[in-house]
Design a protein around this ligand. Structure first.
Ligand code: SUG
Length: 416
């Protein structure tokens, strides 16, 4: 049966704070801090356990091979000799943010009836520009069934950041939907990471119906305020679009276009006077998983604990839940280690509408498997990484062993 599956990126053993993402306020302000890869990865597992316990199908992706010596080799340098900025870019565990792995169009939206996935090129940020090769290898394995079509990246220089700038409205996940691609226009202090030409190329490649495909411009205010992806200011699930007032460039026109394409839409907009853009970004209110609770329980919002700690946000949410809004339940989860690099609950997952029976079972989670993964993490992931540790050869050996142990535990050695 077709259902929405959330694939979370398992947080890799090299998780660290190198301040690599310009325009991402958390990444910049925590640069140089000591990271806790073990705690980070266990927080990610805990989130998966939580969602599985809600009755939501859950999958996962493996961390990539980092530090990426092959990439440094292409730059004619080595882990020992690389300049510090290149070394940090080679070490990044940024593939944990699976929302940036690919753009996914469910089968019902495509002319050929296949579920299409295009791996994101992530070319705007050097540390993320070398993720797609490892991610593509994994997507080809997980989604090898003929129900899927897995595509390589859109060519540079057209920046593509995957599902983080893509929303879908539908009556039930399995049915045909309206796909909304949100793009940014450059020229400001911070880069626009999703380009319109990339989004259009993906829509063509996925054989989407132009009548059910929208391209909407992200507001400069949001980008320059630190919303480096649309999923920092908006999230959609089934008929609901949950969005901040400042998310789109031309708010009224965007809402009108969305209503015209999908008349049943329920737009839940948080006004800036209730929650300021800085509060929305600091709390990651919108970087939440808006999920349909099994058994007709309405929708729930799996959101970071930071949202509970931000009074304007929590007040708005409590009033919404107490009223007649579509979000019936709030589930704060602790993903602080990821949050400190600008990655909330929604960044950590990629949504794929699929029949779980068509997915390679090695990528599907159950409680026992999550326990086994947690055990590998607890015994192999480093407890802490300081900026100076990135030049330690002993640490390189340790993190490679850690990843190899995980691949082995899951029967995924071919990703070595
Ligand atoms: O690309 N942070 C990521 C966070 C991605 C969040 N994803 C979504 N919003 N979907 C980024 O900016 C920081 C890494 C560092 O600074 O070490 C980083 O890459």
């Amino acid at each position: 049966m077709l259902t929405e599956i959330n694939f979370d990126g398992i947080i890799g053993p090299t998780h660290n704070y190198a301040g690599l993402s310009r325009g991402n306020i958390a990444s910049a302000s925590n640069a140089g801090d000591v990271s806790q890869p073990r705690a980070a990865a266990l927080q990610g597992i805990e989130k998966m356990r939580h969602n599985l316990a809600l009755g939501l199908p859950q999958g996962f992706f493996m961390p990539l091979d980092r530090p990426d010596a092959r990439w440094l080799d292409m730059l004619a340098t080595t882990l020992d000799e690389a300049e510090p900025h290149l070394r940090a870019q080679a070490w990044s565990a940024s593939s944990m943010w699976a929302a940036n792995a690919a753009t996914v169009s469910p089968a019902a939206d495509s002319a050929d009836g296949k579920c299409h996935l295009t791996v994101a090129n992530l070319v705007t940020m050097p540390h993320r520009s070398h993720e797609w090769q490892g991610t593509l290898a994994q997507l080809r394995l997980a989604f090898a069934d003929p129900a899927f079509a897995v595509h390589g990246p859109v060519p540079a220089p057209f920046g593509d950041e995957g599902a983080a700038n893509h929303m879908r409205l539908c009556d039930g996940h399995a049915g045909a939907g309206v796909e909304i691609f949100v793009y940014g226009v450059g020229g400001g202090r911070f880069p626009a990471r999703q380009h319109l030409d990339a989004s259009k190329a993906i829509a063509r490649r996925h054989r989407l119906d132009p009548a059910r495909t929208l391209f909407i411009r992200q507001s400069d205010v949001a980008i320059q305020g630190g919303a480096f992806h649309n999923d920092v200011v908006a999230v959609a699930n089934e008929r609901v679009l949950f969005t901040h007032e400042t998310a789109f460039h031309d708010r009224a026109a965007a809402h009108a276009e969305i209503r015209a394409a999908f008349p049943a839409v329920e737009i839940v907009e948080v006004p800036a006077h209730a929650v300021s853009l800085p509060d929305a970004i600091k709390s990651y209110l919108f970087n939440a998983q808006l999920v349909s609770l099994p058994g007709g329980g309405g929708m729930g919002l799996v959101l970071p604990t930071e949202a509970r700690e931000t009074p304007s946000v929590w007040n708005w949410l409590e009033a919404h839940v107490a009223g007649n809004g579509p979000i019936r339940k709030l589930f704060p989860v602790n993903v602080r280690q990821s949050m400190a690099n600008g990655g909330g609950p929604a960044c950590l997952r990629l949504r794929v509408v699929a029949d779980p029976a068509t997915v390679d079972p090695r990528f599907m989670a159950d409680a026992a498997k999550l326990d086994a993964i947690a055990e590998v993490i607890a015994s192999h992931w480093p407890e802490a990484i300081t900026p100076g540790d990135l030049s330690s050869t002993a640490l390189v050996t340790d993190v490679r062993k850690a990843r190899a142990a995980l691949l082995k535990a899951l029967g995924l050695d071919e990703l070595q």
